[in-house]
Design a binder for this molecule. Structure first.
Ligand SMILES: [Zn+2]
Length: 429
């Protein structure tokens, strides 16, 4: 999608989300009322305050040297956040640093306005800074609304620390939901005890996301999601907070806290449950999109660069074939590659590219190669699996076919994997 098209869609309204998990993007043109519903600000720990709405998180870390504000959700929430800060006895003008979880409109929509009004500096991950500078446009934002562009004063890398007063917050790159999704950790004092906290970025797979296939939402989104869950599992999320209040059950915890339960928000079980549920959801999307092994498979493949490169080249073939991109098909075969479709023998990448080239009247709808066994030895690999494709002739009915394939890949001197031998047979053929 071009940038112009993306921006047009972005300002057009909201996407229709799945409802599997709470705290995902809005379900209709109407924002859920909880997104703007006010909540009395309150302490989560010493010098750590909740200043967000009933559903959209905003966290204030206060100190004598100034304050850190994490997320300013919607543009419509700015005055509410300011009022909450004042209610607690602080001055919004003392907010020195604004941090963010994700460059979506419901978490940074108010950042530009707040930063401008109070002279605060915005720190963001590189990928989210890029998205926020475009007012929320980019991969992982299709269909979502835009917002006032944000200019980041500092770019944060994985495990970078932000210090102010007595606070030290660590930025964790947990991409997937957005390419620069950032979760935060640190230690807060709850009562007498130091308690490690995590403010989690979203892990939701939005309905339009393609994690796997020829055209992912962005390259590497599958490994990003899977690695982010694995990384978040390594953090001691005892005081578990998040971009959305429903991640950690703010309302019921707040009631318990008001009832005198000092440690109401300390809930490591809820944190693990939250990660488990998101991991299951990510796995189910991966399975539906052609990765039967889910994140386990994605992570295994990611640790093997040759395997990944071959599977990517395999997907590139499918894409080139469907698009009738003869040059791209040619580039995937070795100079004197051998193609053995049933009853034929085609030698050389030029002839092969012609064989797969556009056919008058034929519209290719999809093509996929699903590998069931890929054995790599040095510069050669044998890939066995099933391909399937769908097409139609002119306005005729949709047709489909599938076959068992055997592809021999060869790694060239340039390090790239290309097809050396390619054969298949249809059932009964
Ligand atoms: Zn989001």
């Amino acid at each position: 999608m071009t940038m112009a098209a993306c921006l047009t869609v972005a300002t057009a309204g909201w996407v229709l989300p799945g409802r599997e998990l709470p705290g995902q993007e809005p379900a209709s043109q109407e924002l859920p009322s909880s997104w703007t519903e006010p909540v009395e600000p309150f302490a989560l720990g010493e010098e750590l305050w909740y200043v967000g709405t009933a559903e959209l998180g905003s966290y204030l870390f206060t100190s004598d040297d100034g304050h850190i504000l994490l997320d300013v959700p919607l543009q419509d929430n700015v005055e509410q956040v300011e009022a909450n800060i004042r209610t607690l006895g602080f001055d919004p003008a003392d907010v020195r640093i604004i941090l963010t979880t994700q460059a979506h409109f419901d978490h940074v929509g108010g950042v530009a306005s707040f930063a401008r009004r109070h002279g605060a500096r915005v720190f963001m991950s590189a990928a989210d800074a890029e998205m926020a500078a475009r007012g929320g446009a980019g991969p992982g934002a299709e269909g979502l609304t835009g917002y006032q562009p944000v200019r980041a004063a500092r770019i944060l890398g994985h495990l970078d620390r932000v210090r102010l007063g007595g606070w030290e917050l660590t930025a964790h790159q947990t991409p997937g939901h957005t390419p620069g999704c950032t979760s935060w950790s640190g230690t807060a004092r709850v009562g007498e005890d130091p308690v490690p906290f995590v403010v989690g970025c979203s892990l939701g797979v939005l309905p339009g996301y393609t994690l796997h296939g020829a055209e992912p939402t962005y390259p590497g989104i599958d490994t990003d999601f899977c690695r982010s869950v694995a990384h978040l599992r390594s953090l001691p999320g005892e005081l578990f907070l998040g971009a959305h209040a429903s991640f950690f059950g703010l309302a019921s915890k707040r009631r318990a806290q008001e009832g005198g339960e000092l440690r109401a928000f300390v809930d490591p079980d809820r944190y693990r449950d939250y990660l488990d549920r998101n991991a299951a959801r990510i796995d189910s999307v991966l399975v539906a999109q052609g990765v039967p092994g889910g994140c386990a498979q994605v992570l295994e493949e990611a640790t093997d660069p040759d395997r990944t490169a071959i599977l990517q080249a395999s997907r590139a073939f499918s894409r080139a074939y469907v698009q009738g991109d003869t040059a791209a098909v040619r580039a995937l075969y070795t100079e004197d590659a051998l193609l053995l479709p049933r009853g034929r023998e085609i030698r050389g990448r030029e002839a092969i590219a012609r064989y797969f080239g556009p056919v008058a009247g034929r519209v290719n709808l999809s093509h996929a190669m699903t590998s069931s066994s890929l054995e790599i030895r040095d510069d050669q690999a044998v890939d066995i699996g099933i391909w399937s494709n769908r097409w139609r002739m002119g306005d005729g009915p949709e047709q489909e076919a599938s076959a068992r394939y055997l592809v021999v890949w060869r790694r060239g001197d340039d390090g790239r994997w290309r097809i050396e031998t390619d054969m298949w047979h249809q059932p009964g053929g």
